[in-house]
Design a protein around this ligand. Structure first.
Ligand code: ATP
Ligand code: MN
Length: 477
């Protein structure tokens, strides 16, 4: 039986068989108490082993981290802290844990230390809660879109297209790097590469998702995404997971409505289905924050913040309005921003995003209609010819969580932008053809899955919400 199930039953002396990993063992001459966890729940079950039933040598081996199998009966607990416990009549050691060498001692370890021990961190309260929530969110994403009649589309991981034109790509090749085939002009001859052309890992499935939407109506991708940006921040991974819905006939307003409803749904799903994990993480966050200086603490606890996001409308404003607010803000006037805001055209840095969300509006903010110069070629041009129908959703403590837009559906306008930005039209012939044949208004967005998990769990470093983070200089495990 899984411990989650056991903890929900009454202790009426029924026979129980359970396997798991020992969190702690304590006891006296007469009795040993073992706290056992199998990952099914944040809560462990107490196993009681009376000394006259067990060999002392066996009990000695039941140390923190060892894996055991227990048979016994479930009884009402005499102690406080749990309602039921297992009175053991047999215990088998499945794998002992070299007590002195096991890295996870029953004390608080730093997140950095646990990152170095990513192979074992699933056995801690914090990380088991985080990864159960990661699962819950995955499930919520699929359920949300399935219930709305979207189709999940698997877009390629290896691709010839660099969707953003940003160039932060990982190249994929099976050429012999010590002995590269060269053309007469000295450049590498990619016609001899595996796919007969230069290929890379995808930075976004959007362009392909658009093709799907212009036939299937509404689709979403949910897959790994790779970016070779050399930014060692707490919000960027080199390999992360992105969810990208794409909807035919939807304009920017409908796109924002969908995104807002989607985020709220996912958070609500966790509140309803993972209450114990969230409660644990709420307590954890409170403890962490109590170590901070007063002005660095958040105004709300984790659960309170999640509830707040569900219950309030996101603030929607245009980029021009945001720039006005920022230009006239206290930190800008007092030159407190690292990047001062001068006016139209300035890119919003995370310090600006956090000011708007955390200080000014105190809730999620959607900024629309950015200058074309700081956004991608495929976003729909506004009448002013200066701004595009983009929208970014900014979240407290996270910054940008979603980036999206209404797509440019007019062939001539799209081609003009590609020309201006030097995007190769020949390579993207298939993308352009969808504007030639039966084009229509359509919109979509990309949600960074790990950033959503950060928000829901209260974890402050993105490396702590993905099982095995890939970041510059690090691809261990
Ligand atoms: P940022 O400005 O934070 O780098 P971006 O503008 O590069 O984000 P998009 O290209 O719009 O982001 O990607 C869509 C979403 O994917 C972002 O809103 C964010 O949630 C997420 N995202 C982008 N880059 C990363 C990354 N390196 N690691 C994790 N998530 C990311
Ligand atoms: Mn980026």
């Amino acid at each position: 039986m899984k411990i989650k199930e056991i903890l929900q039953s009454k202790g009426s002396e029924q026979k129980i068989h359970v396997k798991g990993w020992v969190r702690t063992r304590r006891g006296s001459k007469h009795v040993t108490f073992i706290s056992l966890n199998d990952g099914s729940s944040i809560n462990s079950i107490q196993v009681v082993a009376e000394s006259n039933n067990f060999d002392e040598a066996l009990v000695k081996q039941i140390t923190t981290g060892s894996c055991i199998s227990v048979s016994g009966k479930l009884v009402a607990s005499k102690g406080s802290g749990q309602t039921v416990e297992i009175l053991a009549n047999s215990i088998k050691i499945l794998g002992n844990a070299e007590a002195e060498n096991y890295p996870l001692q029953p004390k608080k370890h730093s997140l950095e230390f646990l990152r170095e021990n990513a192979h074992l961190r699933f056995r801690t309260n914090t990380f088991s809660a985080v990864f159960r929530l990661r699962h819950a969110l995955t499930f919520a994403v699929h359920k949300f879109f399935n219930d709305k009649g979207f189709f999940n589309l698997h877009t390629p991981i290896i691709t010839g297209a660099d969707a953003e034109g940003a160039g932060e790509i990982f190249q994929v090749t099976n050429l012999d790097l010590e002995n590269l085939p060269k053309k007469v002009d000295g450049k590498i001859d990619f016609s001899e590469d595996f796919f007969g052309s230069k290929t890379n890992l995808t930075v976004s499935g959007q362009l392909e998702a658009e093709l799907g939407a212009l036939g299937l109506g509404q689709v979403y991708t949910f897959g790994p995404t790779f970016r070779a940006e050399n930014s060692n921040t707490s919000r960027h991974l080199s390999e992360f997971w992105m969810i990208e819905p794409e909807v035919a006939f939807a304009d920017l307003n409908e796109n924002m409505d969908l995104a807002e409803e989607f985020l709220k749904y996912c958070i609500q799903y966790c509140i309803e289905n993972n209450a114990e994990d969230l409660q644990f993480l709420d307590g954890r966050m409170e403890e962490e924050e109590s170590k901070l200086k007063k002005e660095e603490r958040s105004e709300m606890g984790l659960l309170e913040r999640l509830q707040f996001v569900i219950e309030n409308n996101f603030e929607r404003l245009t980029y021009r309005e945001a720039i006005d607010v920022l230009r006239n803000s206290k930190p800008n006037k007092k030159k407190k921003f690292q990047y001062p805001i001068n006016g139209f055209g300035d890119d919003l840095q995370s310090e600006h995003e956090r000011y708007l969300v955390e200080k000014k509006y105190k809730k999620p903010v959607i900024i629309t209609d950015y200058p074309k110069g700081i956004k991608a070629f495929y976003m729909r041009m506004n009448e002013d010819n200066e701004t595009v129908r983009a929208m970014d959703i900014l979240f407290p403590t996270i910054g940008e969580i979603i980036g999206g837009s209404q797509r440019e559906e007019r062939l001539d306008k799209l081609q003009a932008r590609m020309e201006e930005l030097n995007v190769c039209q020949k390579e993207l012939w298939w993308y352009l053809e969808t504007r030639k044949f039966g084009t229509c208004t359509h919109s979509g967005f990309g949600l960074g899955f790990e950033r959503l998990i950060m928000f829901v769990t209260g974890m402050k470093n993105i490396r702590d919400v993905i099982p095995f983070p890939r970041t510059p200089q690090n691809a261990e495990f």
